[in-house]
Design a protein around this ligand. Sequence first.
Ligand code: PLP
Length: 408
Amino acid sequence: MIKANKHYSKLNASYLFSDIAKRVSKFQAENPNTKIIRLGIGDVTRALPDACIKGFQQGVAEMANDTTFKGYGPEQGYPFLRDMIAKHDFQARGADIAPDEVFVSDGAKCDTGNFQEIFAQDITIAIPDPVYPVYLDTNVMAGRTGKFIDGRYEGIVYLECTKDNNFLPKLPKNPVDLIYLCFPNNPTGTTITKSELKKWVDYAKETKALILFDAAYEAFIRDDSLPCSIYEIQGAKEVAVEFRSFSKTAGFTGTRCGYTVVPKECMIFDDNGDKISLHALWHRRQSTKFNGVSYPVQKAAEAIYSEEGRIQIKALVSYYLKNAELIRLAMSELGFNFVGGDNSPYIWIDGNGRDSWEFFDMLLKKAGVVCTPGAGFGKCGQGYIRISAFNSRENVEEAMLRMGEALK
Ligand SMILES: *Cc1c(COP(=O)(O)O)cnc(C)c1O
């Protein structure tokens, strides 16, 4: 008899996005003339930059000719892309990362989800609340938690991010082995300073823990004093893995490319406390289970680092940041408390006593605007909504006008 992985049955049936879809389609059916504006989902809306399209097309053209055709590529990515990443994303910011510490992949969701499988079953894991659901759910699937009770999985150390701590998690009181951090944060849009991030690096060094740092939104950082990479913090190479994605940076959500940095200095431990190279383990895992990103996609990603590409990517991110600024302005005028939207595409808005779903329904009914209820990201998200800056300028302006009318 074929049996199911019993841990899957513990998963909190996340009805968040299907619940949203249901409410939106019901509202649309009842109000066929309302043009609904979606500021809910965390997906980009603008086309790939021209430089990337050119790189993509060149890659495709090479596939069309026997002499330039590419079969299986290196599982870790082509050297032309790994070199560009190491040079521009790290060395240029004073972070000494080598090309062979970069593992090119089909995106940060896959990597943040897969990475946990190289750790022992009985480790203690710290996860922020609210949070991007992948970190939590993949550890549930792997059997590292107990049941889901009252909005929380047994066995997980939740790092609460609330207005009392400015949405920055505090160091855990009891020892943990693995820590997930994400800055600029999804869903709260908050950033972390170098001195705050250094506390986590120092903690991990002292306690022999490991930090998994998700920097999917680093391109939105415009305040140069903020760290784009955890490797800008001294000592981080020994205790941190960093995930990056071209999805939000360059509009690659449907094209699929990202990468993970695993420094060679980074060590984990066996049952006797002897050191094991994390780089070697991840290399082995990827070589066994992953066959690389398609060549044309890696050519498209390489073009991000060309002179032309860098200018275009900056303009693309600036476009969304301008949307975020318009949303911040509108929320300030309406008297809401919020964080994010500054060095981030997300604005996290305090419903001022309203339940998340109540706030969501009100915005849908009165303004025809879709947001994301904060409660869908964890217990600490209750009472908040997330508004995303990923949309056209016209739609964002229209949405803010309508919200102004609705909430006056
Ligand atoms: C969008 C997002 C990612 C990127 O996912 P991809 O699989 O690269 O598209 C990673 N982490 C967070 C927090 C995100 O919001």
